[in-house]
Design a protein around this ligand. Structure first.
Ligand code: UTP
Length: 297
C-alpha cells in the first residue's frame, strides 16, 4: 500500500510570456476563469484529493499570488455588516489555514524540473503531487483525487495522461506505452517534446503528477534538454530506466490548456456555460454572436 500523498508543489515561477502584456504585472495564475483565479481551481482540486501542505514555487513579481491567499478581515467585516452572507461564504471558502502554504523562490526560470527541485527541502522522504495551475480540468471527481486513489494501488510515480492528435504530440511530454490496462498504463519511456513524427505514442502527459522522492534526487542530476530547460520529464524517465514503476493515468474529465490564449478562452466559455447564474444570458449571447458571424461570411 502506497504512502498517503499530503503535499503538493505548485510551480508558478514561469514568466507567462504567452499572456503578455497582462503578465507584466499580473501573474498568469491569477487570471480569472469567470470569477475565480486559475490557482483557486488547482487549490480546490488539491484539497479534494486530501492535500494539506501546499508548496508554491514562485519568483519575482508574483506578490499578487501570495496576497491572494491572505485573509481580508476588513472586507469580511464589511460584508458581515451588510448582511451579504453569500459573498462572505464565497470568500471564506478560499481561506487557507495559517501555515498551510509555504513559498520557495526559483531565482531563475530554468524550467519545470528546476522549479520542482527548488521545493526539495520541504518535501522530505514521501510521495508528493505536482500541479500545474494552467492545466484546468473539469471533472466530476477532481483529477488529482482520481490519481491519488489509483496511486494507492500502484505506488511509484504517476503522471496524468491523455490522448492527443499526432500533429500535436511535439508540444507535450509523450509516454512510451508498455502494458495498457485501461485507465492505467505502464510507461516504458518518456520523452519531452519529441520532434514531429518521432513520438513513441499519442499519449501525452499533462500537468498533474504524483512523484517519489527519488525523482527529486534525479532532478539534481539532469542536464538541460528540450528548449534548453531542466525538464521534469527527464527526471521521471530516469525512474523508468532504473526499473522503478511509472504509470500513466488516463483521467476522466476535460482538460483546458489555460497557458495558451485559445485554451483559456475555451475554458472561459465552458465554465461560464456551466454556471447556473450565467448560462442563459451568456448562452443566448453566444448563439447570437455565432449566427451573426456565420451570416457575415
Ligand atoms: P510554461 O511552459 O507554461 O511556461 O510552464 P510559462 O513561463 O508559465 O509560460 P509561457 O510559455 O512563457 O507563456 C509550465 C508551468 O511550469 C512553471 C510555470 O509557472 C507553469 O506553471 N514553470 C516553468 C516554473 O515554475 N519555472 C520555470 O522555470 C518554468
Amino acid at each position: 500500500m502506497a504512502r498517503r500523498v499530503t503535499k503538493a508543489v505548485f510551480p508558478v515561477a514561469g514568466m507567462g510570456t504567452r499572456f503578455l502584456p497582462a503578465t507584466k504585472s499580473i501573474p498568469k495564475e491569477i487570471l480569472t476563469l469567470v470569477d475565480r483565479p486559475l490557482i483557486q481551481y488547482a487549490i480546490d482540486e488539491a484539497r479534494a484529493a486530501g492535500i494539506t501542505d501546499f508548496i508554491f514555487v514562485t519568483a519575482r513579481g508574483k506578490y499578487a499570488l501570495e496576497d491572494y491567499f491572505d485573509r481580508v478581515p476588513e472586507l469580511e467585516a464589511t460584508l458581515r455588516r451588510a448582511g451579504k452572507n453569500d459573498l462572505l461564504e464565497i470568500l471564506r471558502a478560499t481561506n487557507m489555514e495559517s501555515g498551510a502554504i509555504a513559498y520557495v523562490r526559483q531565482h531563475k526560470a530554468m524550467g519545470l524540473g528546476h522549479a520542482v527541485w527548488c521545493a526539495r527541502r520541504l518535501i522530505g522522504d514521501e510521495p508528493f503531487a505536482v500541479m500545474l495551475p494552467d492545466d484546468v480540468i473539469a471533472a466530476e471527481k477532481p483529477c488529482l483525487q482520481q490519481m491519488v486513489e489509483a496511486h494507492a494501488g500502484t505506488g511509484g510515480s504517476m503522471v496524468a495522461a491523455m490522448e492527443v492528435a499526432p500533429d500535436k504530440a511535439s508540444a507535450y511530454g509523450i509516454l512510451d506505452v508498455g502494458e495498457d490496462k485501461g485507465p492505467l498504463v505502464t510507461a516504458r519511456g518518456m520523452v519531452e517534446k519529441p520532434a514531429p513524427g518521432t513520438a513513441p505514442s499519442n499519449l501525452a502527459v499533462i500537468g498533474r503528477y504524483i512523484l517519489t522522492p527519488q525523482v527529486l534526487e534525479n532532478l539534481s542530476r539532469i542536464k538541460p534538454s528540450a528548449g534548453g530547460e531542466l525538464q521534469l520529464t527527464d527526471a521521471i524517465a530516469m525512474e523508468i530506466a532504473a526499473g522503478r514503476p511509472v504509470h500513466g493515468f488516463r483521467f476522466h474529465g476535460e482538460r483546458f490548456d489555460c497557458g495558451s490564449k485559445a485554451g483559456f478562452l475555451q475554458a472561459t466559455v465552458a465554465f461560464a456555460l456551466a454556471r447556473p447564474d450565467l448560462r442563459d444570458e451568456f448562452g443566448a449571447f453566444l448563439r447570437t454572436a455565432t449566427a451573426m458571424r456565420m451570416a457575415a461570411q
